[in-house]
Design a protein. Structure first.
Lengths: 496, 148, 176
C-alpha cells in the first residue's frame, strides 16, 4: 500500500489540492473547508518532502500521466531543483493556512470563507503544478490556474482599490501568459515537441533560426512580467498592497519564485545557458535590469508610508538578486540564486505575517498608525526585527547565506564593481527596515498602539515558524544551500 | 421580454431541441466532433435563453444557484475521481485502460479507454454547464442586488 | 519574396495584424471594458497562430473514417487488434478533450496512422495535426475564464467608483 502510494506521489501532489478545492465548495462551510484545506496542504507538504528525499537519493522521478509515454503524453518530472521549490512552496502554503483563520475572519466576509479556501487550494495546485510538470504547455495551464485564482484572491481585499489592483494585475498577467503561449507555440512549431527534455534535445543550441530566437524572446518577456522584474513590475506593488493579508503572505512568498523556477528551467533545461548567455547577451541584460531593479525598487521602498507597499517594492528588489545569481551561470552563483528563492520566501512570508498581525490589532498598514506598537506587541515587533535582519543579509540569518554565495561568485568572475553595488544595495534595505523599527520602538505610541494587545498565539506561532526558519537556515545550511548547490550542479551539468 | 408572444413561443419550442443537441454533442463526442466543453456550453445556452426571455427568477426556480454551485464542484470531482479510480485499480492517473471490463458486452456498455473518456467528458460537461450558468447568474443577478 | 510567398503567408499576416491590434487596444485604451476586448483579440490571434501551424497540406480532419472504424471493430472482436481499437476509439473522442490533459491528441495522429496501416484501407490518408487545435481548446477555456473574471472585476469597480474609465478612477483615488 505504501509502495503503491509512493509511486503516485508526483500526481498526488496535484490531485490532493485539486480535489479538495471542489470538496470545499460542496461543504459550503467555512470552518469545515478550512480544516480540509489545512489537512490537504500538510499532506502535500509531506508528499513534496518525500519526493525531494527520493530525488536526492535516487535521482529524477518520472510519472507518465494516463500511461501515455513522452513525447506524446504529459510527463511529470521531479528532480532536486523542482523538489526543493515544491517543498518550500507547499511548506509555506501549509504555514500560511495555519496562520490564516483569524486574519481571514477579520478581513473577508464570512459567507465567502469556503470559496476563499477553495480558491487558495486552486492557487496552490497551480503553483505546485508549474514545478512538477515536465511539459511546457502544461506549465502554461498551471500558470493560468494559479494566476486566475490569485486575481480572484487579491480582489477580496477590503478597500475598493483591491478589485482595481486585481484588474490591473489580470491585464498585465494575461499579456504575460499570452506571450508565454506564443513562445511555446513557436517552439512547438520548430521542434514538434512539448516535453521539455524533448525540446531541449531538438532545439539548436549554438545558433538558432529566427523562430527560436523569437520564441525565446516571447518566453523571456512573458516570464519577466510574471516574475515582476524591474521595468515590468508595475502590477506587483498594488496587488500586494490591497490584497488581504493572508493572500499577500502566500502570493509574495511563492508566486514570483515559481515563475523564477520556470525561467531557470527555460534557460538551463531547454534553451541551454550557452545559447542564452554566449550566443545571446542575455546575461548582461539580466544583470543590468536586476541591478537597476534592486536600486530603484529599494529606493522606492524607502519612501513608502504604507508598510505592505514598502515590502512589495522590496520584493521587486529581491527578485533582482535571484536573477543576478541566474545570470552568473556558475555553480556558486546559480546556487546563490536558488537558495535566495527559498530564503526570500521564508523571510517575506514571515514579514508579511507580521504585517498581518499588526493589521489584526491596529487595523492599519500605515506607518503612522504603527507608532510605538513595539511596546504593546513586543513579540510581533521582535519578529519584524529578526525578519528585517534576514532581509538585509546580516550574518547568522538566512539572507546572509544567499548574499554570501552571490558575492563569492561575483568575485570569482572578477566583477568587483557589481559586488560593491550589491553591498550598497543592502544598505538601502537597512534604511527601510530601520524606519519601521524606529517607528515601532522609539516613537510615542499612537492611540491605537497604546490600546493594542499582543497578537494571538495562533498567528504568532506560524509567524515564528517562518521567522525562526530564517535563523535556523542561517546557521544550518545542509538543507538549504546544500540542496541548492546540488540542484545547481545538476542544472549546469544537464545543459548540453 | 416575456411580453412578446412570438419570442416566448419560439423559445419554448427551441429549448428542448437545444438541450437534446447538447446531450447529443456530449454523448456522441466519443465518435464524432463534440465533447464535454461544447455540450456544456450548449446546455447552458438553453438555460440562459430561458433566463433572458422569462426572467432571472424563472430560471433560478428551474436551476437554483446553490445547485449550480455544487454542480461546478461536482464536475471537477468526477474528472479527478476518474483519475483516482484508475490509480486505485493499479494504473497511472487517468490511465483508462485499467477500466476494461466485460460486463454486458452485447449492449455495448463502454469499457476501457471508452469508459474513461466518457466519464471525464461527463465531468467536463457538468462543470462547464454549471460555470456558464453561474457566470450568467453572477452578472444578471448583480442589478437586482443593486436595486434592493 | 515573391507575391506567392506573401500571399501564402496570409494566415500569419492576419495573426500579426490581430495581435498588434489587440495589444495596442490593451495598452492604449483607458476604458476597462475596451481593454478586456483588446485582450480577447490578442488571445484570439494566438489561437489562429496555433491552428495555422497544425494544418498539414492536403490534410483532412483527424477523424478516422467510419470504414476503418468498422474494420477495426471486427478486428477488435477477434481480439487481434484490441490495443489498436482502443486507441482508435479513444482517438475519435479525444479531439475535444481540452481540460488540461491535452496531450493525447498527438497519440491520435501517431497511432491513428498505425491503425490505418493495419487495416490496409487508408494508408494514404493525410491527417492534419490535431494537437494544436486541442491545445487551443484549453487556451480558449482559459480565455473564457479570464474574460469572465475580468468582467466580474469591472462590475465591482463600476459599483464602487461609478465609472469604468481608468483615468477617472485614478483621479477619484487621488482625491481621497
Amino acid at each position: 500500500m505504501i509502495d503503491a502510494i509512493d509511486s503516485h506521489l508526483a500526481i498526488l501532489l496535484i490531485v490532493l489540492p485539486l480535489m479538495a478545492a471542489p470538496i470545499c465548495v460542496l461543504l459550503g462551510n467555512g470552518r469545515a473547508a478550512y480544516t480540509l484545506a489545512l489537512l490537504v496542504s500538510i499532506l502535500t507538504f509531506a508528499c513534496s518532502v518525500t519526493m525531494l528525499d527520493e530525488a536526492l537519493e535516487h535521482g529524477v522521478i518520472y510519472y507518465d500521466l494516463g500511461n501515455w509515454h513522452p513525447p506524446y503524453g504529459i510527463e511529470y518530472r521531479v528532480d532536486v531543483f523542482s523538489g526543493f521549490v515544491l517543498t518550500f512552496v507547499s511548506g509555506i502554503g501549509a504555514a500560511v493556512l495555519l496562520y490564516a483563520p483569524m486574519s481571514v475572519r477579520d478581513e473577508i466576509p464570512a459567507s465567502k470563507h469556503y470559496l476563499f479556501y477553495a480558491t487558495y487550494l486552486l492557487c496552490l495546485t497551480g503553483l505546485l503544478g508549474m514545478c512538477v510538470t515536465g511539459d511546457l504547455f502544461n506549465v502554461f495551464v498551471f500558470l493560468e490556474i494559479s494566476s486566475l485564482s490569485s486575481y480572484a484572491l487579491i480582489s477580496l481585499g477590503k478597500t475598493r482599490r483591491a478589485p482595481l489592483a486585481a484588474f490591473q494585475y489580470l491585464i498585465l498577467g494575461s499579456i504575460g501568459a499570452t506571450f508565454i503561449l506564443i513562445g511555446i507555440g513557436l517552439l512547438y512549431q520548430m521542434t514538434g515537441a512539448l516535453n521539455m527534455d524533448e525540446i531541449a534535445a531538438r532545439v539548436p543550441h549554438e545558433d538558432g533560426p529566427r523562430t527560436v530566437l523569437v520564441a525565446f524572446a516571447f518566453l523571456t518577456v512573458g516570464l519577466c512580467i510574471k516574475m515582476a522584474v524591474f521595468p515590468v513590475h508595475t502590477w506587483l506593488p498594488n496587488a500586494y498592497t490591497y490584497a488581504p493579508s493572508v493572500v499577500t503572505c502566500f502570493i509574495a512568498a511563492t508566486s514570483t519564485k515559481v515563475s523564477v523556477y520556470v525561467f531557470v528551467r527555460l534557460i538551463y533545461g531547454i534553451i541551454s545557458p550557452g545559447f542564452a548567455f554566449n550566443f545571446l547577451p542575455l546575461d548582461t541584460e539580466l544583470m543590468f535590469f536586476s541591478l537597476a531593479g534592486i536600486f530603484i525598487a529599494s529606493t522606492a521602498a524607502i519612501y513608502q508610508d504604507n508598510i505592505k507597499r514598502m515590502l512589495a517594492y522590496s520584493s521587486v528588489a529581491q527578485v533582482g538578486y535571484m536573477l543576478l545569481g541566474i545570470s552568473l551561470a556558475t555553480p556558486t552563483g546559480l546556487s546563490g540564486g536558488i537558495v535566495h528563492m527559498f530564503n526570500h520566501a521564508l523571510i517575506k512570508g514571515g514579514l508579511f505575517m507580521v504585517v498581518g498581525c499588526f493589521v489584526l490589532r491596529l487595523g492599519s498598514v500605515q506607518m503612522s498608525d504603527w507608532k510605538g506598537a513595539g511596546r504593546t506587541m513586543p513579540w510581533t515587533a521582535t519578529a519584524w526585527v529578526i525578519g528585517g535582519l534576514g532581509l538585509i543579509g546580516v550574518p547568522l540569518t538566512a539572507g546572509f547565506i544567499s548574499k554570501w554565495l552571490l558575492l563569492t561568485s561575483i568575485f570569482e568572475a572578477g566583477w568587483w564593481p557589481i559586488a560593491v553595488l550589491m553591498l550598497v544595495s543592502s544598505l538601502l534595505a537597512v534604511v527601510y527596515i530601520w524606519r519601521v523599527v524606529e517607528t515601532l520602538f522609539f516613537a510615542e505610541p499612537s492611540e491605537a498602539a497604546a490600546m493594542a494587545t499582543e497578537a494571538p498565539l495562533r498567528m504568532l506561532i506560524p509567524t515564528y515558524l517562518l521567522i525562526g526558519g530564517t535563523l535556523v537556515f542561517g546557521v544550518w545550511t545542509t538543507y538549504s544551500a546544500g540542496i541548492a548547490h546540488a540542484a545547481a550542479i545538476a542544472l549546469l551539468g544537464e545543459a548540453p | 421580454m416575456s411580453r412578446f408572444p412570438i419570442i416566448r413561443i419560439i423559445t419554448k419550442l427551441l429549448i428542448p431541441y437545444i438541450l437534446l443537441f447538447a446531450l447529443y454533442v456530449q454523448f456522441h463526442g466519443d465518435y464524432g466532433p463534440g465533447g464535454g466543453f461544447q455540450a456544456g456550453v450548449i446546455f447552458a445556452s438553453a438555460l440562459i435563453l430561458y433566463g433572458l426571455v422569462f426572467g432571472l427568477e424563472a430560471i433560478q426556480r428551474v436551476a437554483p444557484p446553490r445547485i449550480i454551485e455544487k454542480g461546478m464542484a461536482l464536475g471537477v470531482l468526477v474528472y479527478a475521481g476518474t483519475g483516482v479510480l484508475t490509480m486505485s485499480l493499479g494504473g497511472q492517473f487517468l490511465d483508462y485502460s485499467v477500466l476494461e471490463h466485460h460486463v454486458l458486452t452485447q449492449w455495448h456498455v463502454p469499457s476501457g479507454q471508452h469508459l474513461g473518456i466518457f466519464l471525464v467528458e461527463l465531468g467536463v460537461g457538468i462543470t462547464v454547464a454549471s460555470v456558464m450558468t453561474m457566470i450568467f447568474y453572477a452578472f444578471a443577478g448583480r442589478k437586482h442586488a443593486h436595486d434592493t | 519574396m515573391t507575391l506567392e510567398t506573401i500571399a501564402g503567408l496570409y494566415n500569419y499576416w492576419m495573426v500579426i495584424f490581430l495581435m498588434m491590434t489587440g495589444f495596442y487596444i490593451v495598452l492604449a485604451r483607458k476604458n476597462l471594458i475596451k481593454s478586456v476586448i483588446g485582450l480577447n483579440i490578442f488571445q484570439t490571434s494566438v489561437f489562429l497562430l496555433y491552428i495555422t501551424m497544425g494544418k498539414v497540406n492536403n490534410g483532412t480532419a483527424p477523424i478516422i473514417p467510419p470504414a476503418i472504424v468498422e474494420a477495426q471493430k471486427s478486428a477488435h472482436e477477434s481480439h487481434a487488434g484490441a490495443a489498436a481499437g482502443g486507441v482508435a476509439e479513444h482517438g475519435a473522442g479525444v479531439a475535444e478533450h481540452g481540460a488540461g490533459v491535452a496531450e493525447h491528441g498527438a497519440v491520435v495522429a501517431e497511432h491513428g496512422a498505425g491503425a490505418a496501416e493495419a487495416v490496409h484501407a487508408a494508408g494514404d490518408i493525410v491527417y492534419s495535426n490535431p494537437l494544436p487545435s486541442v491545445l487551443m481548446l484549453t487556451a480558449i477555456v482559459v480565455g473564457i475564464a479570464t474574460t469572465a473574471l475580468a468582467l466580474a472585476l469591472v462590475v465591482r469597480i463600476r459599483e464602487d467608483y461609478g465609472t469604468v474609465d481608468e483615468e477617472r478612477i485614478l483621479e477619484l483615488d487621488r482625491g481621497e
